[in-house]
Write a new protein. Sequence first.
Length: 504
Amino acid sequence: MNEPRPTPRPPVMTAADDTGPVIEPVEGTAHGNDGVGSAALKLAIIGPCHSHRTGVDAHTTTLAHHLAQAGHDVTLVSWSRPFPGGRSAGEPDVRGIPEVPAFPRTVRALSWARPDTWVRTGRRLRGYDAIIVGDAVPLLVPAHLVMLRAAGSGRGDGDPSGEGAPRSIAIANHALPHRSRPGDFSAMRSLFERVDAVLVHSPEQARMALDLHATRVSVADAVGLHGGQEDVEARGLSSPWAHYVGAMEALASPGWQAAEQDSPALSTEPSFRTRLAAPVREMVRRQRPALAMTRTDLPPWARPSDVLADGADADDARDWARSFGLPRCPDPIAAWSALGALAAIVRLSDDGHRNAVIFDGSGPRSPLSSWARSIGFAPVELDFTGSRASLAAMDVDTDSLDVITRLHPNGCDSEDVDEALGQASWALRVGGLVSLTLPLGPASAAGAVGPADVRAILARAHDLGFVLVGDPDGEITTLMRAASEDPRRGDAAYALVRLTFRRR
């Protein structure tokens, strides 16, 4: 009869005085069917599965097999549609990768095109002991952050008693891609700041993870990155997979205790929250006395959902804002876009104390933030344009915002409106508002939508839990149809539609 093996010890990380952090490899215990393992854990691995035929996919599938063989309750959460193009985000397709046997408990619950699946999946993982992100790469960071937030996992929320939120572990084959692109550093830092631990495969990658604000880093030799039946069947006290599984158990165990370690040296660039919190507080403190604006002050023609087809309407919006004393706005179309959104905020999201949490993603030239500040709100501005990881930039908790806006000149188009609604579906509180502008135009106009496209957007928004604010008698449809009957150019937008939704 085999003797029971001790519980794997947690990784130890120490800091050298002037030579940088020294990170000791984890020596986990061996597992298989040869003996008694540590207490069974309920684990979820998020990552691509065997059918995508890349090294990363083989690794996650094989890890699931070995954790299950060690006696743990394992679910592999994978993708029905990985992301645009259909390949795994970890690396391109690799010819010659051996086929890895499918893991029996594989759930294809995730779709890149459906952010609502990320939220629902995360909520279903709340009862797990640990969530393992098996494919930590910049492109997938937005989805992983959404799932971790929905699961209540990360930022040290794990409970040593095993009764708290799931532990979160990210496996990083590369802390940063070999060919990094703009936004990769911020995306990976957002993930590493969120998770409880990061597992890497070399000391060099460990130091890079520390630079990306990982709070706990462990090193284990890479195994299974080329998959195959022989990796799945590898067992015994000395097999590479035994040590790898032991390392994972040490990080996921309900009895975990953070190792004594010095805090990693942080980069000079502060986090998103740090960059915004102090300036917003100072701005609110020093701003001039707020203008008094009530629901009755707003003109009745400033509607949350509307269509702009006549430049005179935009001029009227700018002139009204100037006459009321709001900060000047040189762009009448931007003024029209912002005024309707401001009207929705004041009428529907204001408790009289200007406490609504407003997240303005309209870019630096949108007047909404300056107007909202002038009447007593403290909006947070974020420029989504040019960012590959806009969801990662939205470092907010689930159900934490009252208002999200994406307005002209940096509003939505046909390509990103679904992403914006997906963001709002998990970030907004019940009753919260999302206000977007989209260009109306023929199919030949880049980024434009037509009346039929808008009706499809309304249907998809309804599926995500939103109802349109306004348009009681189909007025928007009538206005869009009228605008489309007299386009001035065949290859450009001829109108602008503002859609404001309320979360049910």
